[in-house]
Design a binder for this molecule. Structure first.
Ligand SMILES: [Zn+2]
Length: 125
C-alpha cells in the first residue's frame, strides 16, 4: 500500500520560565509566547482513505493552550525542544498513528516572533 503524507498545524499561547538559564537571563523570568506546532505524518491510509484524525492532533495542542507550561507533567523544563518532544510523545499514543508500523512523524514547534524552532522525528512504531 502506498503511503500518504499529511501536514497540519495549530497555534497556541502559553507562559513558561526556563529555570536552567543563568541568573539575570530574561528567559528565567515568567513570560509568554505564541507557538506554532506543525505535524508532518507519512503513513498508509486505511480502507476508507484515512490516515490520522486531525482533531486528535489538535487536541494535544489544545492541552497546552493558555497554560503555564512548567506545571504540565513532563514539562518541568519547557524549552522549545522539550515541548516538541512532549507533543511527539503524546502523538505516539494515538491508536490511529500506531495502526501502521511504518508511520513516520515529525513535529516542529516554532516559538515566538523570532520563530525559534525545534524539530523531533520518529520513524516507525
Ligand atoms: Zn520563552
Amino acid at each position: 500500500m502506498s503511503s500518504v503524507k499529511i501536514n497540519t498545524s495549530w497555534t497556541f499561547e502559553a507562559a513558561h520560565q526556563l529555570h536552567a538559564m543563568p541568573d539575570g537571563h530574561k528567559c528565567r523570568r515568567l513570560h509568554g509566547h505564541s507557538y506554532e506546532v506543525v505535524f508532518e505524518v507519512r503513513m498508509s491510509a486505511d480502507k476508507d482513505g484515512m490516515t490520522v484524525e486531525y482533531g486528535e492532533l489538535r487536541a494535544i495542542v489544545e492541552r497546552l493552550d493558555h497554560r503555564y507550561l512548567n506545571e504540565i507533567e513532563g514539562l518541568a523544563s519547557p524549552t522549545t525542544e522539550n515541548v516538541a518532544a512532549w507533543i511527539l510523545a503524546e502523538a505516539e499514543k494515538l491508536p490511529s498513528l500506531s495502526r501502521d508500523p511504518g508511520t513516520d512523524i515529525t513535529v516542529r514547534v516554532f516559538e515566538g516572533a523570532h520563530r525559534h524552532c525545534a524539530s523531533v522525528h520518529r520513524q516507525g512504531f
